[in-house]
Design a protein around this ligand. Structure first.
Ligand code: SF4
Length: 498
């Protein structure tokens, strides 16, 4: 069948042709998260590793008995336990702490969390049981009237920090709070380590950020809460430590951290300075999770490692800038532009949750704008967890990574990554902006950081013995690409000399 002839073909407008799309050195500073500040606080080399090589974990000793992500497991179990008590799914039965311990153990051992730990019984005895025993009366007191918010993400573009000479600087910051307990008036950060440094700085930064957010951005149920009066607590399995809110040292040190982040992002000279400024000694270096990088002996092969390093150095920075264009600019944009504007540009979609549709971590939403429904459908068909959904808003809210599947013209099934969600309809953060929640496409920052990590790992690949190096195809390829060795077909001596 013949088609109606088009009245005209639309060509790009001159301003579209002339538009310079973002690349190269960003004309703005990064939008750091609390982990970056903590790394910078810990050691200049640690923040260099974080920014250029996407290596985190400076504050987590590799020797932690229960494994690399054990701190997260400890916190996640507490969230699971508290939520199940608050929602009435976990009946304590009696006021006897021993009863609580045995219920807690069965909840833990039957959860996915225990499956990720090598020795769940040891982990329970060492960390969770002492915590549960210590918190028995607090846990028994939890119920439907408890107001505990877990893993709220907070962000602000301008947070004020005092300088030594009485001045003020504004910086952007984002981070995630382990728990806010409204009834007990506490902001809590958790760690498995016995010493609280640098968790004291971390909880203080989160509190500063929270207090800096304009009250108009607070979700309805938090509108009357004055967070400036809350206690800041660093919680370990065996202790609760209160952190001073009036803390001039933290204020001043913050300027150093931002300066390192700025300089390492833009100034190549800063890398050499960071290498001169290490904060560990031979004795305490093992307390740092990055010690293997700073102290590991590099084997003589590949001989072209120096050249590799020279080439990779520029790539690390280029990738960092790419991340800033993609992710950091996105943070600035989402916190600076109004939600209406973002919606108009289809950067953000609003959705309404279909009542009674929640099944563990899936639920259904209706997207009323047909343009947005089409966009989400087009982007969601590749099955990648590429959406972020927000309960609340960008300044303060629960952010979850999710996949979305179209099940009707404007109806989608949302699957939240990871475990189960607490009951959505009991969540007071929902419906704070006249809508149930917000959804937007996540920037694939993990591809950039993955590339930084892979390149960096390649630098550590090596061999001490020349025979072994000759038999290692990766080392030989590196010699060929970055050294003077020519690539030949076949692997024997004769072929190599051809
Ligand atoms: S091992 Fe030492 S120098 Fe390296 S990041 Fe850790 S504290 Fe800094």
């Amino acid at each position: 069948m013949s088609r109606t002839v088009l009245t005209r073909w639309n060509y790009p407008r001159p301003d579209v042709l002339e538009q310079v799309y973002p690349a190269g050195k960003p004309p703005f500073d990064p939008f750091p998260n609390v982990s970056e500040l903590i790394n910078a606080f810990h050691c200049p080399r640690a923040i260099y590793q974080y920014l250029h090589h996407a290596e985190d974990g400076a504050c987590i000793p590799r020797t932690a008995t229960a494994g690399w992500r054990s701190g997260e497991t400890f916190h996640s179990f507490i969230v699971l336990l508290k939520n199940s008590i608050i929602e009435g799914k976990f009946k304590l039965g009696s006021q006897n702490p021993q009863n609580l311990i045995s219920h807690g153990w069965s909840l833990f051992i039957n959860s996915n969390l225990a499956k990720n730990i090598d020795k769940p019984d040891v982990f329970w005895k060492q960390y969770i049981e002492p915590w549960t025993r210590r918190k028995a009366s607090e846990l028994i007191g939890l119920g439907p009237n408890s107001k505990n918010y877990f893993e709220l993400t907070i962000a602000n573009t301008k947070i004020q920090f005092k300088t030594r000479d009485g001045g003020i600087r504004n910086y952007p910051l984002t981070g995630r709070i382990d728990e806010i307990d409204i009834n007990r008036r506490q902001i809590i950060d958790r760690t498995l380590r016995n010493e609280i440094t640098p968790k004291d700085y971390q909880v203080w930064l989160l509190w500063k950020t929270l207090c800096s957010i304009d009250r108009s951005q607070y979700p309805e149920h938090l509108k009357d809460v004055d967070f400036s009066t809350f206690d800041l607590i660093v919680e370990t399995p065996t202790t609760d430590t209160k952190v001073d809110k009036i803390n001039p040292e933290f204020e001043y040190r913050t300027h150093d951290c931002y300066a390192w982040i700025h300089d390492l992002t833009f100034d190549p000279k800063a890398v050499a300075e960071a290498y001169l400024d290490k904060t560990c000694t031979k004795d305490n270096k093992k307390d740092c999770g990055l010690a293997w990088m700073c102290y590991m002996h590099k084997w003589p092969f590949p001989m072209a490692r120096g050249e590799m390093r020279r080439k990779f150095k520029d790539m690390y920075r280029a990738l960092l800038w790419e991340k800033i264009w993609g992710y950091d600019l996105f943070q600035y944009r989402f916190l600076s532009l109004s939600q209406d504007k973002l919606e108009k540009q289809a950067l953000l979609c609003r959705a309404t949750i279909v009542p009674k549709s929640q099944r563990n971590n899936t639920f259904q939403v209706r997207i009323n704008n047909p343009l947005h429904a089409g966009l989400i459908w087009a982007k969601g068909t590749d099955g990648i967890d590429r959406f972020l959904v927000i309960f609340g808003n960008f300044s303060i809210g629960l952010r979850h990574r999710a996949t979305m599947e179209r099940i009707g013209p404007d109806l989608f099934s949302v699957k939240i990554e990871g475990g189960r969600l607490p009951s959505l309809f009991g969540q007071p953060l929902i419906a704070t902006t006249g809508t149930d929640f917000l959804v937007f496409e996540e920037r694939p920052t993990y591809l950039i950081t993955g590339l930084q990590k892979d390149l960096h790992n390649l630098e550590f690949r090596g061999a001490k013995n020349p025979d072994r190096a000759l038999g290692d195809s990766k080392i030989q390829i590196l010699e060929a690409i970055f050294g003077s060795r020519s690539i030949t077909r076949g692997g024997n001596e004769n072929n190599e000399q051809q």
